[in-house]
Design a protein around this ligand. Structure first.
Ligand code: SF4
Length: 198
């Protein structure tokens, strides 16, 4: 088994990557490094869920120090510019995970962010690859997105807490706008159908 430090954004997103990586012969240790999650009550809720799940499944968990002030000073100022903001956010979180991996003697590093179709997949991989090399680690880059529906179903079955936005206050607003747009589209479709049915 190869020891792997797996940065995790939350418990539901960890389910399938952990299963698949174990099948591949890795021995994952989860690393929490998420100073992006706002508000703090939400941050703590996601971390608590991850603590419970890792403890129940005998998966080691390392909690990195979350420097929320640093996130605000270096990422939040990019505001609504999502590509730049998310790149900076991935860099902050994954550099902390790489630092932990190096300190704890891991050789491989990955992230559960690669399961979510809502993340900027290429950007995240690019950031992970560059940071891993800088820290002398091998990046484990996988596309877990095809397993996202399964992760959603399994986390529901397990009664896990599931959030409906990525983490920062900008993503909470963006997700609310998206949901409102989808609601409006559904209403418009329904109205068109009733009109055509006479
Ligand atoms: S949307 Fe997600 S990845 Fe992007 S800045 Fe916000 S918390 Fe970070």
């Amino acid at each position: 088994m190869t020891r792997l430090l797996l940065h995790a954004c939350c418990a539901p997103c960890s389910l399938e990557p952990v299963r698949l990586l174990v099948e591949e012969g890795f021995e994952p240790t989860i690393c929490w490094a998420n100073p992006n999650i706002q508000p703090m009550a939400e941050h703590d809720k996601r971390l608590d869920e991850l603590r419970v799940w890792t403890a129940d499944n005998d998966i080691p968990l390392i909690e990195a120090a979350d420097d929320c002030e640093r996130w605000d000073a270096s990422v939040a100022l990019l505001g609504a510019d999502r590509p730049r903001r998310c790149r900076a956010c991935y860099a902050l979180r994954l550099s902390e995970a790489c630092r932990v991996a190096e300190r704890e003697g891991f050789t491989h590093i990955g992230t559960t962010l690669a399961v979510s179709p809502y993340q900027l997949f290429e950007t995240c991989n690019d950031v992970l690859e560059k940071l891993a090399r800088r820290h002398g680690l091998s990046p484990v880059i996988r596309d877990f997105r095809p397993w996202y529906p399964q992760a959603t179903a399994r986390s529901r079955e397990l009664g896990m807490y599931r959030q409906n936005y990525c983490g920062c206050r900008f993503s909470a607003a963006e997700a609310a706008i998206d949901r409102a747009r989808l609601r409006d589209e559904r209403k418009a479709q329904k109205a068109r159908r009733s009109a055509s049915n006479g």
